[in-house]
Design a protein around this ligand. Structure first.
Ligand code: HBI
Ligand code: FE
Length: 302
């Protein structure tokens, strides 16, 4: 994944990419830094409060039950940036995960190494007040509000660790782009079926004011049944709403994904055709065919 300049839509997703965090070389080899909770200013806590309030209002009925349960069970204050040690204490006894602070994006292998050891690297900083809806690097709101609730869920806890282990392997195999697409269309932008209807579980949408509605309510994007090989071949928008969302039957599907050997699937897709984000292909199980209206006449994908 790589970074690209912010787009013009005021409500795009929070993005991840390849570039390392700002500043010089890291003081520690694993790129962690102290969270230094006392250093957050009142204005920074106020930014958290604004983001927290509007997302908590939007998510009931949109986020899946497991996400909402995780959110409730975590020691999160509506008006203060959370303390990572307090989060880690609860996570550790629930699923064995910890939250560690990093300056922003870290190199892929550093990121994978943390996940493989059940440490979630969370951006220490919070976005500026003029960037409420869009920023390029994962900050504390995206990482904690978006990702940590599902780390309370045993299935996501195992899946994300498996992604870390798999990431190191994919790098060796030259299949990182394929694996990153799986991450993108699950952990960041995944949808799941619930008896009452479609729900979101991806952190990129759970932490986005506009995409949390777009992904479920807009007529533009396709909503397709998740299929591993298909997802591996599907490009994504890194700086705009997705043109396609992939839907799991239930979150337990991630458990199967954490256990399956990606090797044969890499072999199946290697050198094959890559699909554009909004493209449909034979074999797709189309749950809702999108109109494509949103992306029509916009820039091509990466
Ligand atoms: N670093 N802090 C941080 N957060 C991420 O989500 C992240 C990263 N570095 C690399 C990365 N993601 C992705 O490019 C990989 O998952 C492929
Ligand atoms: Fe993320």
């Amino acid at each position: 994944m790589k970074h690209s300049p912010p787009h013009l839509d005021p409500g795009g997703p929070v993005l991840h990419g390849l570039a390392a965090g700002a500043g010089g070389p890291p003081a520690r080899a694993d790129w962690t830094i102290p969270q230094d909770w006392a250093s957050y200013s009142p204005a920074e806590h106020a930014t958290w409060a604004t983001l927290f309030a509007r997302q908590s209002r939007l998510l009931p009925g949109r986020a899946c039950d497991a996400f909402l349960a995780g959110l409730r069970a975590l020691p999160l204050s509506p008006d203060r940036i959370p303390d990572f040690d307090a989060l880690s204490a609860v996570l550790m006894k629930t699923t064995g995960w910890q939250v560690v602070a990093v300056p922003g994006l870290v190199p892929d292998e550093v990121f994978f190494e943390h996940l493989a050891h059940r440490r979630f690297p969370a951006g220490q900083f919070i976005r500026r007040a003029d960037q409420l809806d869009y920023l390029q690097e994962p900050d504390v709101f995206h990482d904690v509000f978006g990702h940590v609730p599902l780390l309370m869920n045993p299935v996501m806890a195992d899946y994300l660790q498996a992604y870390g282990v798999g990431g190191l392997r994919a790098q060796r195999l030259g299949m990182l782009a394929e694996l990153a697409r799986v991450y993108w269309y699950t952990v960041e932008f995944g949808l799941v079926m619930q008896p009452e209807g479609l729900r979101l579980y991806g952190a990129g949408i759970a932490s986005s004011f506009s995409e949390s509605r777009f992904c479920l309510e807009d007529a533009s994007p396709h909503r397709l049944r998740f299929d591993l090989a298909r997802v591996m071949r599907t490009r994504y928008h890194i700086d705009d709403f997705q043109a396609c969302y992939f839907v799991l039957r239930d979150l337990d599907e991630l458990l199967a994904l954490a256990r399956v050997d990606f090797g044969p699937v890499y072999a199946q897709v290697a050198g094959g055709e890559v699909l554009e984000p909004g493209e449909l292909c034979p074999g797709d199980t189309v749950l809702q065919r999108g109109t494509g209206a949103y992306h029509r006449d916009r820039r091509p994908s990466h």
